[in-house]
Design a protein. Structure first.
Ligand code: AMP
Length: 213
């Protein structure tokens, strides 16, 4: 099963993807995670991407398409994959369709996780992540027992550099202008499954599982 998780920054795509991966045993392919990993390693690609990420804009299509093309051809993706944060533009979606055609594959479902715009800023600026195990927290909605310390492994919690208020505002504008048109793109392909992204994490997970069948 090849799935796309679509939605604005802060909709909870990454959180749900991690849980869905455990259920369906398919890899999560997150372009954001791949770019952050490249940056951490200090590769030229990572350093170039940082400029766009810090500004709340999008990394050029050719860069992310190259990353995804390579990733979905690896052996562990033969059983399917969950794309998280890709595609983010109509040009990326078109190119993905071309690549999949060439591989004899297709996207089965596009899950649109819908959250009112008014909720997103607070969700994003309060996010904290564990440096060691990657667990996610939120200072208001899901606080760790001890400030700055991961409940699961005791690791240090940090705030993503692009989760500050100024960058978040740009990311939300970028979403509206460049990514939201994908709702129509996949609606026209009859692949869009809309789900309400507000509520308890477990309830949202169940909604997604229900539409995936
Ligand atoms: P994310 O972790 O998905 O929120 O992505 C963080 C940042 O990485 C975004 O704000 C973009 O700058 C960049 N990025 C991630 N995925 C893409 C993509 N598919 N196309 C362009 N830029 C991306």
């Amino acid at each position: 099963m090849n799935i796309i998780l679509l939605g604005p920054p802060g909709a909870g795509k990454g959180t749900q993807a991690k849980r869905l991966v455990e259920k369906y045993h398919i890899p999560q392919v997150s372009t954001g995670d791949m770019l952050r990993a490249a940056l951490k390693e200090g590769t030229p690609l990572g350093l170039e991407a940082k400029k766009f990420m810090d500004a709340g804009g999008l990394v050029p299509d050719s860069v992310v398409i190259g990353l995804v093309k390579e990733r979905i051809q690896r052996p562990d993706a033969a059983v399917g994959y969950m794309l998280d944060g890709f595609p983010r533009t109509v040009a990326q979606a078109r190119e993905l369709d071309n690549i999949l055609n060439g591989m004899g594959q297709k996207i089965d479902h596009v899950v649109s996780v819908e959250v009112p715009a008014s909720e997103l800023l607070g969700r994003l600026t309060g996010r904290r992540t564990c440096r060691s195990c990657g667990a996610g927290f939120h200072v208001m909605f899901d606080p760790p027992r001890k400030d700055g310390v991961c409940d699961k492994c005791g690791g240090e919690l940090y705030q993503r550099s692009d989760d500050n208020e100024a960058t978040v505002s740009s990311r939300l504008e970028t979403y509206e202008a460049q990514t939201k048109p994908l709702i129509d793109y996949y609606g026209n392909q009859s692949k869009l499954r809309r789900i309400d992204g507000v509520g308890k994490m477990d309830d949202i997970l169940q909604r997604i599982i229900k539409v995936l069948g």
